[in-house]
Design a protein around this ligand. Sequence first.
Ligand SMILES: [Mn+2]
Length: 181
Amino acid sequence: MKILLVSDSHGYDDELKKVLENVKCDLKIHCGDSCFDENSPFIKEFATIVDGNHDQGFFPLTTTLPTALGNILITHGHKFNVYAGYDYLVDYMNKADIHICFHGHTHVPHYEIYKNKIFINPGSIMFNRGQSQCGSYAIVSVDAKLHVDFFDSRTQKKIPQSLIDKDQDILNEFKRFACQK
Ligand SMILES: [Mn+2]
C-alpha cells in the first residue's frame, strides 16, 4: 500500500491541489493544520484528516489506520508536544499498543525510530523550517516493511536524505527550547 502523507497545508490549497494531481497512491492522509472548512472539496480526497492547532474541530485529534504492519496512529502532534520530542507520544502509543505514528506540526520533514516506535512527519506542504527550504510531502510504502521518501512539493523531486538528516539539528534546537519552558 502506497500512502501519500501531507501536513500543515495551512490553506495553501493550490500547492495541495498540485500534489494531489501529480502523485499516484492508494491512500491519502492529512496530518492536520489543513485549515479546511467543513465544505472544502479536498475533504473527500483524504481517507483521514486530523485536527491541528489551527483547525476548527471538524476532524478528530487522533485516528488509527489498520495496515499490514498493525495500526498506525495519525495525529497532528500539538496535543503531544512534539516540539519537545516523542516521549508523550511513546506513552500514548504504548498504552494503545501502536508502533507507528504519522504526525505533523513542526514543519520539518522527519523519519525517526525512537524507543522502538517509528515516527514520520511529512513536513509542511507549504514551507518547511530546516535545510530543505521548500514545501514537502512523504510517500510511505506500507507492505512487509515500511519505507518512506520525502519530496519537494513544488518540483515533485525527491529531497536528498542528507538534507533530511541535517534537520535533526533544528529538531534538537526545538527540543532544547521546548524543554526549557
Ligand atoms: Mn500545527
